[in-house]
Design a protein around this ligand. Structure first.
Ligand SMILES: Cc1cc2nc3c(=O)[nH]c(=O)nc-3n(C[C@H](O)[C@H](O)[C@H](O)COP(=O)(O)OP(=O)(O)OC[C@H]3O[C@@H](n4cnc5c(N)ncnc54)[C@H](O)[C@@H]3O)c2cc1C
Length: 480
């Protein structure tokens, strides 16, 4: 491995697109999981796909690990650099190449923000559906890597359901395309295999997304409840009745307090929990479903129906500001991301509250209730030395989700944060199979190393019982 030689080679290709200044490198030391920080050896800022390929080829030639980075809003440490490796930032690839209103698709570069795709499509009455709360900032490349979700994924599905094709630079520097402009491709679904692999199989340099028609009618309500259990029961009743809202979001009182201290969303500060429920579609259908929806909210203490588009935007501003708003309540916090079966929401919230009490740490809840996708916000103070206790609580909450029959992550990914919990959800054989897929793309392990999979160094594992390597077992090599 030669970083000096790599730096010289990259400077020749990228010119001003190489950062080596230690102060500037610190900008890239973490993503939104700020508890983990590593300063990279250098940062490459390519301008186009050819430069990305050249940068990756150079890394491969010099045996240097590399990490792709979009906007750095990831919450699982997926874009955390390695000290002996480089960051390849996609921030300069931010062109909307084409919006095709007839085929309802857009072709964009990976550094385009999620929201900018919808803004570019709006003149045709179209939009890009997956809507992470970070959509003003996060990039479509990061969304593909994380298979990102958002409030409206309940009805419309996650990123994976809206990607037709991606241009990728494989870890040896080879450019290729996965998927195609037509929705159904023959052969192995390598596009499906790639989406959600957290930047470990290659770097996305172009994305063809599916666009949807902007719904004709949208109706939104906020329902207040005396307890999170009542709110959770309402969610179960709505879904069981066959109503499929575009979104069902829940916030508890602590999250409401944080939002109210930050923006005016009109939320009642005294309510124990609220649901934001949105219906969309043709006017007649929305009206009929809205009546049924109100019937399922009979235990609500108050229901506020959005008066108009401006009021609806105000409500959503409150919801989407929630993660950042929690900074008003606590100097530091972890955003956890786990999934439980919807019917176990109430049980999960009760147990999380008890775990928080036992640890002496406050936990706020704001989440995609319709999907059972929890986002407990674990509040702590670094200055008061609470980091380790909060981190242990956050991990225990993720593992509780698995125990309840759910998942370690709904949309934020495993990254660095939850790699050590993967054996709670997957057997050794499962993990080995995933590693084989990874190795098929990246046999040398240079592409975003140390993410997703538990490693003894990362997880402080003690070595298990000795097991001979298959070559040793076959008598081809011997143990010294
Ligand atoms: C306030 C806030 C709210 C959020 N709300 C949501 C939400 O509602 N739903 C949700 O799903 N997420 C949410 N997130 C998490 C985050 O925004 C998403 O994971 C997002 O997709 C990350 O995009 P990014 O451009 O910031 O990627 P980064 O953080 O830069 O990178 C994330 C991962 O993607 C990889 N990557 C980035 N670009 C590429 C590329 N071009 N090719 C290959 N790999 C790449 C990186 O290596 C890393 O592993 C939120 C985050 C914040 C801070």
């Amino acid at each position: 491995m030669s970083l000096d030689a790599l730096r010289d080679e990259l400077t020749e290709v990228l010119r001003d697109g190489v950062i080596t200044d230690p102060a500037h490198l610190r900008t890239y030391e973490c993503d939104a999981l700020t508890g983990y920080r590593v300063v990279p050896a250098l940062v490459a800022l390519p301008r186009d796909a050819a430069q990305v390929a050249a940068a990756v080829r150079a890394c491969a030639a010099h045996g240097v690990p590399f990490v792709a980075r979009g906007a750095g809003t990831g919450l699982s440490g997926g874009a955390l650099p390695t000290a002996d490796g480089i960051v390849i930032s996609l921030q300069r690839l931010r062109r909307v190449v084409d919006v095709d209103p007839v085929d309802r698709r857009a072709t964009v570069e990976p550094g385009v923000t999620n929201l900018d795709i919808s803004l570019a499509a709006a003149r045709y009455g179209l939009y890009y559906s997956p809507d992470p709360s970070s959509q003003q900032v996060c990039t479509i490349g990061g969304n593909v890597a994380e298979n990102s979700g958002g409030a409206h994924c309940l009805k419309y599905g996650f990123t994976a359901n809206h990607i037709l094709a991606i241009d990728v630079v494989l870890p040896d520097g080879t450019p290729t395309r996965l998927g195609g402009d037509a929705p159904h491709q023959a052969g192995y679904d390598l596009l499906g295999a790639f989406v959600g692999t957290e930047g470990t199989l290659g770097i996305v340099t172009g994305v063809v997304v599916r666009l949807l028609h902007t719904p004709a009618t949208v109706r939104t309500l906020v329902a207040d409840f005396d307890s999170t259990k009542d709110a959770g029961d309402a969610v179960t009743a709505i879904i069981a009745a066959g109503i499929l809202p575009a979104a069902i979001e829940m916030m508890d009182n602590l999250a409401i307090q944080a939002v109210n201290a930050t923006v005016d969303a009109g939320f009642d500060p005294d309510t124990a929990a609220l649901l934001i429920v949105e219906l969309d579609g043709p006017a007649d259908e929305v009206q009929a479903r809205f009546t049924e929806l109100l019937e399922k909210c009979t235990r609500a203490t108050r229901v506020t129906v959005a008066r108009d588009a401006a009021h609806r935007a105000q409500i959503w501003q409150g919801r989407k500001a929630a993660f950042a708003a929690v900074g008003r309540l606590s100097p530091n916090y972890f955003v956890q991301d786990g999934v439980v079966p919807r019917t176990r929401l109430g049980e999960a919230l009760t147990r999380i509250a008890a775990m928080g009490d036992a640890a002496g740490i406050r936990v706020a809840n704001v989440f995609h209730a319709g999907d059972g996708n929890l986002h407990p916000l674990v509040l702590y103070s670094e200055a008061r030395g609470e980091h380790d206790r909060a981190e242990a609580l956050s991990t225990a909450i993720a593992e509780l989700c698995v125990e309840l029959g759910g998942s370690l992550s709904g949309e934020h990914g495993i990254g660095t944060d939850k790699a050590c919990s993967m054996p709670r959800m997957f057997s050794a054989d499962d993990l080995a199979t995933m590693q084989r897929l990874r190795a098929a793309f990246d046999p040398r392990g240079l592409c975003n190393p140390g993410k997703v999979f538990p490693t003894p160094r990362l997880c402080g594992e003690r070595p298990g019982p000795y097991r001979p390597h298959p070559l040793e077992a076959a008598g081809v090599i011997e143990r010294l």
